[in-house]
Design a protein around this ligand. Structure first.
Ligand code: PLP
Length: 394
């Protein structure tokens, strides 16, 4: 008789966004004229930029012509035309040298972050900051791994750090953090790198929001820290950087010098990917490569600036109302203290000002009493939502 992976029974049902949708639908049906402003789900509102659209269109036409049609890619990990652009992006912006063999192009960061756990034995201890992007926890629970949560709170600025008593083998770091928007400094990341090297641990660094960092002193890539190539894998996504949430493209950096338990993780990831993944669509890779051109970078920056303009309106409003908050300066997320249960606050905002956000408790137990608002809505809606906050909470 077939036996299932019983670890799935240990997963909490992910009710967060379903619950939000249900509450919003109920409210809308009893208040049909209410104009609800959604600042909850981390999806983007601005379309793909012109350089990307043109590259996608051109590649689509190539696929319809016998002379330029492409089938399976010779290298499932990405065409040279995109890997070269990604390595130039790292060299020009972060002063980090990457070999093409260290870059693995994928359909987004979520699958890579979740799949990378395949490479490790189930008796590792996993260190996960709390609150954080729920995929780290769930993908390890699915394998029955032992998880050690590191508390984020207002004392540590939601940036938990290692200490000598901390034990663990695989460390997830998300910077800028989803949901708090907090960003590790160079000094803090160096402490994590030193810790990982000392303990022969591996850091899985999620840089999905690096493009939102405005403060030039803050690191975008963990490889800006010396020796990080000996202990860290980096995941990146074009979802928020370039509006690819529906187009799907990301990339993962696995350094050639990264050795775990005597094995090359680069070779293991290559083996895993060539067995279980047949590459990102040619058309999408062409669109993604356009993100890294001069025009592509300028267009993406303009959209990020637009979202960060929204974030500024949000943080200014929170400051005016003396609501404790972080994020919004180097990240599209604003994280605020509710002064009550996160779900009660959700109901209050929905009922009293018709604004929808995400209860912090959905991102971990340390998120209880906090709330996440995103800057991904339009300028008009963000401004109106903040006017409603000002009116209601003054
Ligand atoms: N990592 C973090 C921290 C995220 O917040 C998200 C998406 O919300 C992802 C990864 C997933 O990115 P992608 O859309 O590339 O799968």
């Amino acid at each position: 008789m077939v036996k299932i992976n019983a670890n799935y029974k240990n997963l909490k049902q992910n009710y967060l966004f379903a619950n939000i949708a249900k509450k919003v639908a109920e409210y809308s049906s009893s208040h049909p004229s209410a104009k609800i402003i959604k600042m909850g789900i981390g999806d983007v509102t601005q379309p793909l930029s012109q350089p990307v659209v043109l590259a996608l269109a051109k590649a689509s036409i190539e696929m319809g012509d016998k002379e330029t049609f492409r089938g399976y890619a010779p290298d499932e990990q990405g065409y040279p035309f995109i890997k070269d652009r990604i390595s130039s992006y790292y060299r020009d912006n972060f002063d980090v040298d990457l070999d093409d063999r260290e870059i693995f192009v994928s359909d987004g960061a979520k699958s890579d972050v979740a799949n990378f756990t395949d490479l490790f034995s189930d008796d590792n201890t996993i260190i996960i900051p709390d609150p954080v992007y729920p995929v780290y926890m769930d993908s390890n629970l699915m394998l029955g791994r032992k998880i050690r949560l590191l508390d984020g709170n207002d004392e540590n600025g939601f940036l938990p750090m290692p200490n000598e008593n901390l034990e663990g083998d695989i460390i997830y770091l998300c910077s800028p953090n989803n949901p708090t928007g907090a960003v590790y400094t160079r000094e803090q990341l160096k402490q994590w790198v030193d810790f990982a090297i000392d303990r022969k641990a591996i850091i899985l660094f999620d840089a999905a929001y690096e493009a939102f960092i405005a403060d030039e002193n803050l690191p975008h890539s963990i490889y800006e820290i010396p020796d990080a190539k000996k202990c860290a894998v980096e995941f990146c996504s074009l979802s928020k950087t370039a509006g690819f949430t529906g187009t799907r493209c990301g990339y993962t950096i696995v350094p050639e010098q990264l050795i775990a338990d005597g094995e090359s993780l680069n070779k293991m990831w290559m083996r895993r990917q060539t067995t279980k993944f047949n590459g990102t669509a040619y058309i999408i890779q062409r669109g993604a490569a356009a993100v890294f051109t001069k025009d592509g970078q300028a267009s993406c920056k303009a959209v990020i600036d637009y979202y960060m303009g929204n974030a500024k309106i949000m943080t200014d409003t929170m400051s005016k109302l003396s609501i404790w908050h972080i994020g919004g300066l180097n990240s599209p997320y604003v994280w605020l203290k509710c002064g009550m249960d996160s779900w009660e606050y959700f109901d209050l905002l929905l009922n009293d000002i018709n604004v929808v956000g995400t209860p912090g408790s959905g991102f971990g137990r340390c998120g209880a009493g906090y709330f996440r608002l995103t800057a991904f809505n339009t300028r008009e809606n963000t401004t109106e939502a903040m006017e409603r906050f000002l009116k209601h909470f003054k």
